[in-house]
Design a protein around this ligand. Structure first.
Ligand SMILES: [Zn+2]
Ligand SMILES: [Zn+2]
Length: 133
């Protein structure tokens, strides 16, 4: 039984993920909220690698609600690039445009994941351990 009385009142303005395509998020496989440390849930540490984040390097993954608690997952650039790359493979298995060198950019998902990866790779590196990516 979920205790809805603990639901937090909506913030005056919901933060849209700045520059991050929210519809890609389900493909990237965010870790389970219960597995996050306090720092990860608050966006102070990378949600995937756990390295400390600074405003300059953090990728905002939007605001999420879990059991009435708001979490603010953020990622470092290398981790988001790695996750985007990982998400491309299972997607492209069943996607015809993604198999075609001349047309994969036409795929909204494949093209967006690729752009996300390329943009992230241009950003300064994070502090996550390499094997966490
Ligand atoms: Zn990271
Ligand atoms: Zn595709």
């Amino acid at each position: 039984m979920i205790d809805t009385s603990r639901t937090v009142a909506p913030m005056p303005c919901e933060r849209p993920p700045a520059g991050f395509p929210a519809d890609l998020l389900p493909l990237l496989g965010l870790p389970a909220p219960d597995d996050l440390t306090d720092a990860q849930a608050a966006g102070r540490a990378c949600v995937w690698g756990g390295g400390p984040l600074t405003l300059a390097t953090a990728v905002d993954l939007g605001e999420h609600e879990h059991n009435g608690v708001r979490i603010f997952p953020q990622s470092c650039s290398p981790c988001i690039a790695a996750q985007a790359y990982r998400a491309l493979a299972p997607h492209s298995v069943d996607c015809a445009p993604c198999h075609d060198r001349d047309h994969w950019r036409d795929c909204p998902t494949g093209g967006a994941l690729h752009r996300l990866r390329v943009d992230a790779l241009r950003q300064p590196g994070g502090t996550c351990p390499r094997d966490a990516r």
